[in-house]
Design a protein around this ligand. Structure first.
Ligand code: AMP
Length: 293
């Protein structure tokens, strides 16, 4: 396995040029490591769609604000490589900070509007860091396709927008959120939760389920839906809500009302909205979302 692990961007790019010359379709799965079933589901999808699968493991400093958990972010490279060995990934890229951002590094990518709302309010420079590192990883790996999790819904929107706006020759695939059996969305940050916080965090997925139930009952006023979700989350005394929002699933513009259900489900997309939330439990900030149909 170890012979498939590389940390030098130039070496990886040279290898990937050779892979391309063989006519293979390259799929990349960017991660920050501390891999769990959510990450592995992206790798599995990449293996189904691509001929050559690259997983990148890089805790990207430019997407963390100074007060955030960059230093504390879990780093479990040995276990990550073991998990990836079982999946028979073709190449693993584990660059060091200095090779991604050498002294004098001076270029950033900014996706303007879709990065401003929701996560962008509490984390103003976050998506600038994400877009920059993803573009660099796409360029280094020469990927034809890249795989992201719906868990980070706004991130998917930002990356799709960057891809379209900058004419990148890459297809973005969004894979479903993988959850624990009790509904909590898997996240590398779940390990920070105390047992009490972990139990109370179940209100997140439950409030998302409630939103769909309310829509199924005919409720279309997003303020009312968000209010009822808020009440549900506030039954957990440790939960501190950052935001709950219902938005257009493509543009992420906030919606006042959810549009009527399409008459025919046979044509077009039946997704009516996305509901997104961020909630703190102690020092841990969790995000989750679901599409509303
Ligand atoms: P991260 O390591 O947190 O940057 O995540 C790497 C990729 O895995 C991103 O595309 C995430 O959206 C995705 N991911 C993280 N958690 C999950 C999950 N529970 N289900 C599906 N994808 C996920």
């Amino acid at each position: 396995m170890e012979h498939r692990v590389f940390d030098d961007p130039q070496v990886v790019q040279q290898k990937m040029i050779a892979v391309r010359k063989q006519g293979k379709l390259i799929g990349v799965v960017p991660t920050m490591g501390a891999l769990h079933e959510g990450h592995l589901s992206l790798v599995q999808q990449a293996k189904r769609d691509a001929d050559f699968v690259v997983v990148t493991i890089f805790v990207n400093p430019t997407q963390f604000a100074p007060h955030e958990d960059f230093d504390k972010y879990p780093r479990t490279l040995k276990q990550d490589l073991e998990q990836l060995r079982e999946l028979e990934v073709d190449l693993i890229f584990t660059p060091a900070n200095e090779s991604m951002y050498p002294p004098g590094y001076d270029t950033f990518v900014e996706v303007v509007e879709s990065a401003k709302r929701f996560e962008g309010v509490s984390r103003p420079a976050h998506y600038r860091g994400v877009a920059t590192v993803v573009l660099k990883l796409l360029n280094i790996t020469m990927a034809d396709m890249a795989f992201f999790g719906q868990k980070d819904y706004q991130q998917c929107c930002v990356i799709k927008k960057m891809t379209a706006d900058l004419n990148l020759p890459v297809r973005i695939t969004v894979c479903p959120t993988v959850r624990e059996p009790d509904g909590l969305a898997m996240s590398s940050r779940n390990r920070y939760l105390s047992p009490e916080e972990r139990t109370q965090a179940l209100v997140l997925s439950r409030s998302l389920t409630l939103a769909q139930e309310l829509v199924d009952d005919g409720m279309t006023d997003t303020d009312r839906i968000c209010r009822m979700m808020r009440e549900k989350i506030e039954t957990s005394p440790l939960a501190q809500i950052d935001y709950i929002a219902i938005a257009d699933p493509v543009t992420l513009e906030e919606l006042a009302t959810i549009s009527a259900r399409p008459q025919s489900q046979t044509t077009g997309n039946s997704t009516r909205a996305v509901v997104l939330l961020a909630v703190r439990f102690g020092a841990t900030r969790l995000i989750d979302n679901t599409l509303l149909f």
